[in-house]
Design a protein around this ligand. Structure first.
Ligand SMILES: [Zn+2]
Length: 72
């Protein structure tokens, strides 16, 4: 279990949600505007920029359903 409760998150249109914290140093990172998602799921590439570490990967939290829930 990670201890990211209360941490800032970013949600993309694909439903992928990430914690906007550097996995290396714990700093807040600047998330990319878009992420790469292939047929097999997320591409394991850097998706954010840390002021200290440079290009890094954010902690992937999961695919969340739309916050608007209009299918229900
Ligand atoms: Zn960092």
């Amino acid at each position: 279990m990670t201890d990211w409760v209360g941490s800032p998150r970013i949600w993309y249109e694909s439903g992928a949600t990430f914690v906007r914290v550097c996995m290396k140093c714990g700093r807040f990172v600047t998330a990319d505007k878009t992420i790469l998602v292939g047929d097999a799921g997320l591409k394991p590439v850097p998706n954010a920029t840390c002021r200290h570490c440079g290009r890094v990967e954010m902690e992937f939290e999961g695919f969340m359903p739309s916050i608007h829930n209009h299918d229900d």
